[in-house]
Design a protein around this ligand. Structure first.
Ligand code: ZN
Ligand code: MN
Length: 450
């Protein structure tokens, strides 16, 4: 799996332009000579972006090499004005990590090959516009054009590449959701799938299961793979993988191998389509970026980064179970996003309401927590669950009712059977759902039965 994530730094990767491509009112307003790729413009790396790439690497249990550098990845496309993308080739910021996921009841480790930093491209829009150059007789003539918006050009982009450890579309979905959750916990990206600030690229190949016991131990990968580009939802990624798996099996069963190629995902038709075959595969002619010095870390810098990593979901789930006595289910739901988990912890801090009750209110959406502060929620729960004493009028009403329907007990008491009053008292307590005060009730009963 390859995943691209746009970092939410204030400025772009190699210039001071605003990094807000989705918030821009107009195209091409956040641009400068650097992100427009004008000759002579010099890139300066964004410190925050570099630190966040390292932070993500550490959160994914990677090693952080003490030396790393940027490289140029050369290719020609209109959304890339320099003719190359500044990326990282052989010495990325983070390598050899892993992420543990739970599939059914089993724990499974997915290897992380690398985490590197690069820049996003501009955005192409294909449109039809009026053609002012058409002969005068043809009014309203139109032509097809490609428009470019460079607001996104040079936005910091982190790329995460996994080992070939994922065995099914469901494992892919679970892995991606967990990665998404961690990125959100680190608060380094909105990872908004719909806007395209997190983009998924599964690389798929199929081979026969050698034996059930060894289903995870692959000796050698199949001699081909198909990459599906730029998928923008977890469920589309799952569907694209399932579609490809079926397509490969059909080809493999004829004794041939599927073509190694890059494909796109058509979400309307629910199919993949060929974009580029292996024959057209590009040689990117990577070479070190001469305008940016390599980056060298000291060991103490790396340990300082480690201290910046917040408590991640797995650790937090375990702590919620232990500290608040929650079930694994409740702890998992509450920690799905950091905001909800923080909210829960603030609410239980007051200790006036049991943690389990607070959890129940949040999970079952008994209150709209987006409109309530944690203290507000605590007050609301208190008001709704606390037993307020009954007014005298209400109590008297309940007592009269009890006396009316228990005439036998009334007669018994008046005949000298003292214990009958206890029965009537019990009835009042029950009718008032425990809100009646026993001493007051007894007094009133004695008066009424005189
Ligand atoms: Zn710029
Ligand atoms: Mn990339």
């Amino acid at each position: 799996m390859e995943i691209h994530v746009e970092l939410k730094t204030v400025s772009k990767m190699f210039c001071g332009c605003k990094n807000d491509p989705f918030g821009a009112d107009k195209p091409n307003i956040y641009t400068c000579p650097v992100c427009l790729g004008l000759p002579g413009a010099l890139p300066v790396p964004n410190r925050k972006a570099v630190e966040w790439a390292v932070l993500l690497g550490l959160a994914l249990n990677c090693e952080i090499p003490l030396f790393s550098k940027f490289d140029r990845k050369n290719y020609f496309y209109p959304d890339l004005p320099k003719g190359y993308q500044i990326s990282q080739y052989d010495q990325p910021f983070a390598v050899r990590g892993f992420l543990d996921i739970t599939v059914g009841n089993e724990k499974k480790r997915i290897g992380i090959t690398r985490v590197h930093l690069e820049e996003d491209t501009g955005k192409l829009m294909h449109a039809t516009v009026d053609d002012p150059t058409s002969p005068s007789g043809l009014r309203g003539a139109s032509k097809k054009v490609s428009l470019i918006d460079f607001n996104r050009s040079g936005v910091p982009l982190v790329e995460i590449v996994t080992e070939a450890d994922i065995r099914s579309s469901e494992e892919a979905r679970i892995f991606l959701k967990k990665l998404h959750q961690i990125i959100r916990y680190l608060e380094i990206s909105d990872a908004d799938m719909e806007k395209g600030s997190m983009r998924l690229e599964p690389n798929i190949s199929v081979q026969k299961i050698q034996s059930r016991l060894n289903r995870d131990k692959i000796q050698k990968l199949p001699p081909y793979k198909v990459e599906v580009k730029n998928i923008n939802s977890f469920s589309f990624a799952k569907k694209a993988i399932d579609f490809e798996t079926d397509r490969h099996i059909a080809i493999l069963e004829t004794g041939k191998y599927p073509q190694q190629e890059t494909r796109g995902w058509d979400e309307k038709k629910g199919v993949t389509f060929s974009q580029r075959s292996k024959e057209e595969a590009q040689d990117y002619r990577y070479f070190p970026e001469p305008d940016i010095p390599p980056i060298r870390w000291s060991k103490s810098q790396i340990s300082n980064f480690k201290a910046l990593i917040p408590e991640l979901p797995d650790t937090r789930i375990a702590r919620f179970i232990k500290e608040y006595g929650l079930s694994e289910y409740d702890a998992t739901v509450l920690t799905e996003d950091k905001k909800t988990a923080d909210y829960f912890e603030k609410a239980v801090k007051s200790k006036t309401i049991p943690a389990k009750t607070v959890a129940n209110w949040i999970i079952n959406k008994k209150a709209d927590i987006s409109k309530l502060s944690p203290e507000g929620l605590v007050n609301l729960i208190q008001a709704k669950t606390q037993k307020l004493p009954m007014s005298e009028k209400d109590l008297e009403e309940v007592i009269n009712k009890v006396l009316a329907v228990n005439s036998k007990a009334v007669v018994d008491y008046k005949a000298g059977k003292e214990s009958a009053i206890m029965f009537l008292l019990g009835q009042v307590m029950r009718q008032s759902h425990g809100r009646a005060d026993a001493t007051t009730t007894r007094k009133i009963l004695e008066n009424k039965l005189k």
